[in-house]
Write a protein that binds this ligand. Structure first.
Ligand SMILES: Nc1nc2c(c(=O)[nH]1)N[C@H]1C(S)=C(S)[C@@H](COP(=O)(O)O)O[C@H]1N2
Ligand SMILES: [Mo]
Length: 363
């Protein structure tokens, strides 16, 4: 077992803060990602908090501020379970950085995304118990190490947003924000604040630096070091994205039938409608088979068998959502200075050989 209970073959970009993603083969194996495989994104040290001493404050524009223990949360509110995919806004940054340098940011491959079954209380129920006031426009979250952010009230009062203490049927581990985190399905991972200490109803979005300064999509010609607070687009709702996980980039495979597979995920309020695969650079496309989703907030896993002749091949996938939005073609078209939201078509390059004995995926 590797650091923080992750698989030995986990790709660790940094040990402190701990930033790690699974290898594509491992991520591609499950609808619901095992905890030892789930990616982990941290801006500071992982917090080790005592669950018994833990308290959550609910304050701001509410009639009755609350201070809740973990036991109090469990007893007072109906327990809900939601299968939800979390995707970091920096997922697939390495492909952007290959087009043009992105210094000082974690070079995520295509696996800064994972799906878990989260258990907790609906944030909506907790806000209702506190008496959310009508002037509230946003609900802000603050973690124990000062990471924070906010979401609009309409999302905060939607049933799927959880204050979660459980992950895949076990207590939420420290590396994923235990004892308590927010889970905001359909939003960038950064809004699912870990080690949650405080929930504040307020008029305006959070001025925490991870909302006001980071996780903003700057124009291509901006310098992130110079960009003022509030510059660029504030990221919130996730964007339509998809990636090929198998075969993995750079593999050598037997020519002939090759099984291609990966994931697709849509933003808040949208669903993945179709995934197409091309092996000729986008001139011709075939529809992949979409797996049944594990729930309305879970990714769609997809697969297709293609025939590849001996030689080098490029396998490309793109997803469509139910508004007929499709992923943009090239990383150059979505490049931005901090390297967020790479939603370009996903391409892997492989070499096929006659009478080879490789397999497209490990499993
Ligand atoms: N308190 C706190 N919450 C946090 C973060 C953090 O650094 N500190 N990282 C955020 C980001 S950017 C992402 S993508 C997700 C990652 O969740 P995971 O580590 O459980 O995969 O947590 C979010 N919540
Ligand atoms: Mo993230």
């Amino acid at each position: 077992m590797g650091l923080w209970g992750k698989r030995d073959d986990t790709v660790v970009h940094e040990e402190r803060p701990f930033n790690a993603e699974p290898v594509p083969d491992a991520l591609d194996r499950h609808d619901v990602t095992p905890v030892d495989t789930f990616f982990s994104r941290n801006h500071a040290d992982i917090q080790q908090l005592d669950p018994d001493a833990f308290r959550l404050d609910v304050d701001g524009l509410v009639e009755r501020p609350l201070r809740l223990s973990l036991a109090g949360l469990r007893e007072r509110f109906a327990v809900r379970t939601v299968v939800a995919t979390l995707q970091c806004a920096g997922n697939r940054r390495a492909e952007l950085a290959a087009a043009r340098d992105i210094p000082g940011q974690v070079p995520w491959g295509p696996c800064a995304v994972s799906t878990a079954e989260w258990t907790g209380a609906a944030l909506a129920d907790v806000l209702a118990a506190a008496g959310l006031r009508p002037e509230a426009g946003h609900v802000a979250f603050l973690g124990a190490e000062a990471f924070g952010g906010s979401i609009p009230v309409a999302k905060a009062t939607a049933r799927e947003v959880l204050l979660a203490w459980g992950m895949n049927g076990a207590p939420l581990p420290p590396v994923h924000g235990g004892p308590l985190r927010v889970v905001v399905p359909g939003y960038i991972g950064a809004r699912s604040v870990k080690w949650l200490r405080r929930v504040t109803a307020q008029e305006r979005p959070s001025d925490n630096r991870f909302q006001a300064r980071d996780y903003r999509l700057l124009p291509a010609d901006a310098d992130p070091a110079e960009a003022a607070q509030g510059h660029g687009l504030s990221l919130g709702v996730a964007a339509l994205n998809a990636a090929v996980l198998c075969p993995q980039e750079g593999r050598t495979l037997p020519a002939g039938p090759v099984r291609v597979s990966g994931y697709a995920a849509a933003g808040d309020g949208r669903a993945v409608a179709r995934v197409d695969v091309s092996v000729d650079g986008g001139r011709h496309w075939r529809q992949a088979d979409l797996g049944e989703p594990a729930g309305p907030w879970a990714w769609r896993r997809w697969r297709l068998t293609v025939r590849l002749p001996p030689g080098t091949a490029e396998i490309t996938a793109r997803a469509w959502d139910d508004s007929a939005a499709v992923q943009p073609e090239r990383v150059e078209h979505v490049w931005n200075p901090s390297g967020y939201m790479n939603t370009a078509w996903s391409t892997v390059r492989v070499t096929c050989v006659e009478n080879g004995d490789g397999r497209s995926c490990g499993g």
